[in-house]
Design a protein around this ligand. Structure first.
Ligand code: PLP
Length: 382
């Protein structure tokens, strides 16, 4: 028997009360039980997304929200800019290239964040850009981009250019304010900081973006957001939704409200800072500079042999699952997810396990070193 800890950057652990809510029993999606459920969710989910407008719920994985944003907010033959700083930016570009758009890529070195000055210059050289797309947190590198600065640059370029942000690995763990950050559309998925199983995707957008959805005549069916907005007005969904996950979502939103949104964001920042301090005490190099470190996932470098040893030992001896690198970062980094139902105590556990693993592997004494640093961060901050 072994207690398991899931510390990947999605899926993430599910709180017991959420599991219980999802097991409560099926309800008819055309019944008043379901409209009551949607009615309960609608205002609460807006707070988490930092918007006053409606948030569409799709019963499909996070990628569907990327495609929904793309195909509803860009019209045929329009010029769009995709910021690519890792695997998910590359996926966004691949989606964009599937449709009849003129796609311009702004490449960022993996592990770096967008440099606002450089991006401004890049954008100023392009004409007639209608949409700019970026990740908030690029999960594959653990970078949090300066979204508010990018949003300002987009609107200075042209106030009618739409700014779409992929918040799949940040909504629920990172603060958003769509108006303040000039975000027209923020998308997300269920299996990360929102503490649910995979299977739901979310699209939040302001009225300007909504108008574009209405006027856009690009062909689409399941992901035509007009149907979802019409249904939301009636507290329902156009197609059969993943009812159990939506029941769980209601419980998640109550838990977040109970802890307090600001406290949730602070907890994520604290976990990030504790983990970073601890990893450095283990002589592990962090992939991302402090200024752009995501509150939800942390990546560190080492030799390929050492990384696979750490990952295997965590799994085999401690039941802790963490993630490797993606694409060309495979074998070069490991990533530890710390979002959703995850607490400072979990950071202490993973660091403590790593102290032992590395002490033995390197024949050097790391006992107590990482958790001392992490506790200093935790207690000094109180
Ligand atoms: C930033 C980001 N965007 C998009 C996705 C894709 O979501 P999904 O795998 O749920 O389709 C992920 C998943 O890890 C992600 O982290």
């Amino acid at each position: 028997m072994q207690k398991k800890m899931l510390m990947t950057p999605g899926p993430t652990p599910i709180p017991e009360n959420v599991n219980q809510r999802m097991a409560e029993g099926m309800i008819g999606h055309r019944s008043s039980d379901f409209t009551d459920l949607m009615n309960s969710i609608k205002p609460k989910i807006k707070d988490v997304f930092g918007t006053k407008d409606d948030v569409v719920i799709l019963s499909s994985s996070g990628t569907s929200s990327l495609e929904a944003a793309m195909v509803n907010l860009a019209a045929p033959d329009e010029d769009i800019v995709v910021i690519v700083s890792g695997a998910f930016g590359a996926r966004f570009r691949a989606i964009a290239e599937t449709f009849p758009y003129n796609v311009h890529t702004y490449e960022v070195e993996w592990g770096d964040a967008v440099d606002p000055g450089h991006f401004k210059e890049f954008l100023s050289k392009l004409d007639n850009i209608k949409v700019v797309v970026s990740q908030a947190c690029e999960t594959s590198t653990a970078v949090l981009h300066p979204i508010t600065e990018i949003g300002q640059i987009v609107k200075d370029y042209d106030k009618d250019t739409l700014f779409i942000v992929d918040g799949v690995s940040s909504v629920g763990g990172t603060k958003f304010n769509l108006t303040e950050s000039n975000i027209d559309c923020l998308i997300s998925g269920s299996q990360k900081a929102l503490m649910l199983p995979p299977g739901l995707a979310f699209v939040a957008m302001n009225q300007t973006a909504k108008q574009k959805v209405q006027s856009n005549d690009i062909p689409r069916f399941y992901l035509d957001l007009n149907q979802y907005f019409d249904s939301l007005d009636k507290d329902t969904t156009p197609f059969t939704p993943a009812v159990s996950l939506i029941q769980g979502l209601d419980a998640v939103l109550d838990s977040i409200a109970e802890e307090g949104l600001e406290n949730v964001f602070e907890r994520h920042m604290k976990m990030r800072d504790m983990l970073r301090a601890g990893l450095e005490a283990l002589d592990l190099e962090l992939l991302v500079k402090d200024d752009f470190a995501s509150p939800t996932v942390t990546a560190f470098k080492s030799s390929s042999d050492e990384l696979s040893h750490i990952k295997d030992e965590l799994k085999n001896n401690f039941g802790i699952t963490i993630a490797g690198g993606q694409k060309h970062l495979k074998g070069k980094i490991l990533r530890i997810g710390h979002m959703g139902y995850m607490f400072p105590a979990d950071i202490i556990v993973v660091l403590s396990a790593m102290e032992g693993i590395l002490s033995k592997y390197r024949q050097q004494n790391y006992y107590g070193k990482a958790i001392t640093k992490a506790q200093e961060v935790f207690f000094n901050d109180l």
